[in-house]
Ligand binder design. Structure first.
Ligand SMILES: [Zn+2]
Length: 341
């Protein structure tokens, strides 16, 4: 039996309440959490789940954003897709391995990927995987058959689309779709396909938000991507506050690796600065994607031990609000170790 004891200021339970605790991990599960008497310099946070990423476009890292979004990333002829087609499989796998390793080192132990390139594309990502980092792959162009889900770039309301979605659902796959990223045109068609997950929702109206909340469809927001690619230029896009107030389930993602670093601490800091989201909500968004793979992403007894250990000595001495300081003072550079089940 593998057993380990760690101590520190941990963000515990549903509300991520900071508590000085001692945690016993047994066979990859959090077995016991007890209050510790002495104050701790080590901080313990639940690991992140990056709920939307396109990992293979790592090969186009920091490509110049010098044309409209569609010309950069829309299939089949956007700059990104040409690049993916021209890149040898071994290079794509290597790039994906590198990004998984980067995500792990910055506290992300689970992610949902939109994988292009059909079945081969999905196979390459499976080859690049790390058992410590859980993956939910949304394939397309046949890739969905060997993946956990089907990811549609954008809904156009065609019969082909509808058939592909219903085939995927019949075989038990999750269905995710980008909607409302640059405008409102594709939103109704996306809702009509009854998605399990909506990506972006940057231009959702109050009615769209109501619909997502009432139907319990989680939304993944990717704010840095929206700003970098010109889809947002103010704190009402995406309308995060309205989504949370309406009771939407909101997750955080970093989108295309070619433009945005998949560092969830950086995404969280941006959300905090621009959208003024409460720190508890931010941590809920950054960990909530674990529910897509049947986990809670919380520090609680019985949960898988997906944990980030951090050096909290400096903020720990001065902070009035440890959960906020986690994002505004520590960040990924403060990580000393990640623990996975
Ligand atoms: Zn995307």
């Amino acid at each position: 039996m593998m057993e380990e004891k760690i101590e520190g200021l941990a963000f515990v339970g549903d509300t991520f309440t900071p508590r000085n605790v001692s945690i016993i991990i047994e066979n990859g599960l959090i077995n016991e959490i007890t209050d510790a008497k002495k104050p701790a310099t080590q901080w313990i946070a639940p690991a992140f789940f990056n709920a939307h990423i396109h990992i293979a476009d790592t090969v186009g890292m920091d490509t110049k954003i010098d044309r409209p979004l569609a010309e950069l990333v829309a299939p089949p002829d956007g700059v990104k897709h040409k690049l993916l087609r021209e890149t040898p499989d071994t290079v794509l796998t290597h790039a994906m391995e590198d990004t998984i390793s980067f995500m792990k080192s910055t506290g992300t132990l689970g992610f949902a990927d939109f994988r292009e390139g059909g079945k081969t594309g999905v196979d390459l990502l499976l080859k690049a995987s790390d058992p410590a980092v859980r993956m939910l792959i949304f394939g397309r162009d046949g890739g969905e058959v060997v993946a956990g889900g089907f990811g549609l770039s954008s809904a156009k309301g065609t019969k082909e689309e509808e058939d592909a979605v219903s085939r995927a659902k019949k075989s038990g796959k999750l269905f995710a779709v980008h909607a409302g990223e640059v405008g409102t045109k594709d939103i109704d068609a996306a809702f009509a396909l009854e998605p399990d997950l909506i990506i972006h929702a940057t231009h959702f109206s109050r009615e769209h938000i109501r619909e997502a909340a009432d139907r319990g469809i989680p939304i993944v927001i990717c704010p840095r991507s929206n700003w970098l690619l010109g889809a947002a230029a103010d704190s009402r896009h995406p309308p995060v506050r309205e989504m949370l107030d309406a009771g939407c389930k909101v997750f955080l993602g970093t989108d295309n690796v070619m433009f945005v670093s998949p560092d969830m601490f950086a995404e969280a800091a941006f959300l905090k600065t621009i959208y003024k989201v409460d720190s508890e909500e931010i941590l809920r968004m950054a960990t909530g994607g674990f529910s897509l793979i049947g986990q809670k992403g919380k520090i609680e007894t019985g949960s898988p031990a997906n944990l980030i250990l951090l050096d909290g000595k400096y903020p720990g001495t001065w902070t009035k609000d440890p959960l906020t300081s986690l994002f505004t003072r520590i960040g990924s550079r403060g990580i000393t170790r990640v623990i996975s089940p």
